[in-house]
Structure formats: structure tokens, C-alpha cells
Write a protein that binds this ligand. Structure first.
Ligand SMILES: [Zn+2]
Ligand SMILES: [Zn+2]
Ligand SMILES: [Zn+2]
Length: 341
């Protein structure tokens, strides 16, 4: 059973997927925190028959789909909580709200190499990974049933279903994630007051002050956010205003490749390959509905958030929604800026 239910007390959505019940309970009871190693990895080249059919692949000419010869490959996540052929239905259940488990969850395998991490890959390979994100986001957004498409990456978290082989994931949902909604609301309020993009203003001030700037290129800037949610958190912003990641040009993709490689290498060196999450926050799918996020192209500014996960959330965070961070971003940014990679 797959179903999305709204928490009536907080407005937060919860995705249920009972297909994973047994494996998830066993994972916990047996403490099986080891991730699949080389011998059992289904993301490696030559194991294409162990994954669902590919939705996109960059492969050498003359090779056939779902066989070897690729350098980037995307396919449906076998453990997806959401399914594309489910009928999209929103309904009240008495006082509650639910949506059917309609959506898409995909895996983007970033390299045929099992052991190489994203920041260690050659420049062209990383650029193609970033390009594949653009292609998949655009393709999934063509379906207006999806309100949001999120690209994210987990590294080293050791959570259920973790894979060692370098990969990212993509999630397309018929509901707006709470985190995005919060950002959109702040951005819209700021814009309606000042007629300026909140992100552009932050970027300008940070570049002027230099206190939290970690790395700069012609088209991008990496900063430690003023209220970093986690120690050594980093946001990557394009300098020129743009609401949609998927509008990225080849020139920008090249520059972002350099920025991302350097940023991840710095993080890895400062904290010795810490677990982290990476998310790409792009604007939601533009659904033609009157008054619906009408100014989003002007007030929202896409960005990448990289957050080291050095400890688990505690009662403090769960109970309050506050984050606990023992490291000031001004300090973190100096360390990250000064470390050579
Ligand atoms: Zn592998
Ligand atoms: Zn902007
Ligand atoms: Zn964001």
C-alpha cells in the first residue's frame, strides 16, 4: 500500500509504503547497516538486468539500452514509495487529507565505477551528471500532475537502502514539499514587499561582506548560510537570477561542475569524508492556475544545499523544529575557504 497522508497538526506530509515493511523492520532488528559492496552491487556496469529499465542513459554509440557501455544511467527506484501508474486522487478522509501514492522516484547512477565518489570523477563526468539532472527534471515536469521535482543525494548516511556506489535520486510528487513551500512563502513575501529577489539580495550582501563566502567563480558563489542548519553547511547559488535549475546553460554547467567538485572536496578534507545530504532546490512545476505562485519566476532563485549530517536529530530538534549547531558559519567558512584541494 502506497499513500500520502497529511499530518493535520503540522501540515506535514507523510509517505506510506508498506512494501518495505518487512525489509525495514529486519534492517533494524538485525542491525544490518552494511551497504552492498562491489560483489553484490546492482548499480555496477554489467548488472543492468538487476535494475528497472533505464529512463535515460549516456552511452557509447553502438551499445544497446539496458546493457553495458553507459557512463550515466537513470532508472526507477525499485523501492519507490510512489508509483507513476497510480491514479492521482486527492480526497478527504473525514477530517483528514490524503493523496494516492502517485509519483516517480528514480536513481541516477553517476558512474559505472563502483568505488569513485562524485567529487573524484573526471570533470566531464561530473558535468554530465549535472546535465542528466537537468534532463530528468525537465522530462518529469512535462507531467503537470507533478507539483515538485526534487534531485537529492545521500552520502554515507548508513540508512535503510543505502548504496555505496555513487548515485543521486530524483523524486517527483503531486504535493508541494513543506520545506519548499516555506522557502516559496518567504521569497514571495519579501518580493511583494521590496520587488526584489530575497536570494539575489542575500548573495549581494554576502559577496560584499565576504564573512561567509567559501568559494567564488564567474557564475557561482558558495556561502555558509547565516543561520546554517548544520555544522559546515554550504549553499551554492548562481550569481545571476534564475528560478529554474533546468534552465542551466552549457557555460553555467561547466562552471557549476568546477564549483561542485571544489566544494565537495573541501568538505571531504575538512571533516574526513563526512556523511552529507545534497539537495537541488529549483522552482516548482508551473501549473497554469490563476494566482498560484504568480511571481515565482522573479522571487525564487534555484540553489544547491549541502548539509553534513554529523549527528542524528534529537528530542530538541524533533520537539521544537529548532536546529542545534555548535559551529558558527563564520568559523566554518574560514576553514572551508582556506583548505586547499
Ligand atoms: Zn557498484
Ligand atoms: Zn534571485
Ligand atoms: Zn533551499
Amino acid at each position: 500500500m502506497k499513500e500520502i497522508r497529511k499530518d493535520i497538526f503540522t501540515g506535514q506530509w507523510v509517505v506510506f509504503n508498506t512494501d518495505l515493511k518487512e525489509r525495514m523492520v529486519n534492517f533494524w532488528l538485525k542491525r544490518e547497516f552494511n551497504v552492498p559492496k562491489l560483489a553484490t552491487c546492482s548499480f555496477c556496469e554489467g548488472k543492468e538486468n538487476e535494475t528497472p529499465p533505464e529512463t535515460l542513459a549516456y552511452r557509447r554509440s553502438g551499445t544497446i539500452p539496458n546493457g553495458p557501455g553507459w557512463w550515466i544511467r537513470t532508472f526507477k527506484n525499485k523501492d519507490s514509495a510512489l508509483i507513476p501508474d497510480e491514479e492521482l486522487d486527492r480526497r478527504p478522509v473525514g477530517i483528514y487529507d490524503m493523496v494516492t501514492g502517485y509519483g516517480v522516484q528514480e536513481i541516477i547512477v553517476e558512474t559505472p565505477e563502483h568505488r569513485t565518489q562524485l567529487e573524484e570523477l573526471p570533470f566531464n563526468q561530473v558535468r554530465d551528471v549535472l546535465w542528466s539532472f537537468k534532463e530528468r527534471i525537465s522530462s518529469l515536469k512535462a507531467n503537470k500532475g507533478f507539483k515538485y521535482v526534487l534531485v537529492f543525494k545521500n552520502f554515507g548516511l548508513g540508512t535503510f537502502g543505502s548504496m555505496e556506489h555513487s548515485h543521486s535520486q530524483i523524486l517527483a510528487t503531486p504535493i508541494m514539499p513543506r520545506k519548499i513551500k516555506d522557502e516559496l512563502i518567504q521569497a514571495k513575501l519579501y518580493y511583494s514587499d521590496k520587488e526584489r529577489c530575497i536570494f539575489c539580495d542575500v548573495i549581494k550582501q554576502e559577496i560584499r561582506q565576504k564573512e561567509r563566502v567559501i568559494y567564488e567563480t564567474e557564475h557561482f558563489v558558495v556561502i555558509a548560510p547565516y543561520a546554517s542548519n548544520s555544522p559546515y553547511e554550504m549553499f551554492i547559488f548562481p550569481r545571476v537570477h534564475s528560478a529554474l535549475y533546468e534552465d542551466i546553460t552549457p557555460t553555467l554547467a561547466n562552471d557549476l561542475t568546477d564549483t561542485l567538485i571544489i566544494t565537495l572536496k573541501k568538505l571531504s578534507k575538512v571533516l574526513s569524508a563526512p556523511p552529507y545530504t545534497l539537495v537541488i532546490h529549483t522552482a516548482p512545476n508551473f501549473v497554469p492556475r490563476p494566482g498560484y505562485w504568480g511571481t515565482v519566476q522573479y522571487d525564487y532563485h534555484w540553489h544547491i544545499e549541502i548539509s553534513p549530517r554529523l549527528f542524528r536529530l534529537s528530542g530538541l530538534e524533533w520537539g521544537t523544529g529548532f536546529f542545534f549547531n555548535p559551529i558558527m558559519p563564520e568559523e566554518a567558512s574560514i576553514e572551508l575557504k582556506n583548505i586547499s584541494v
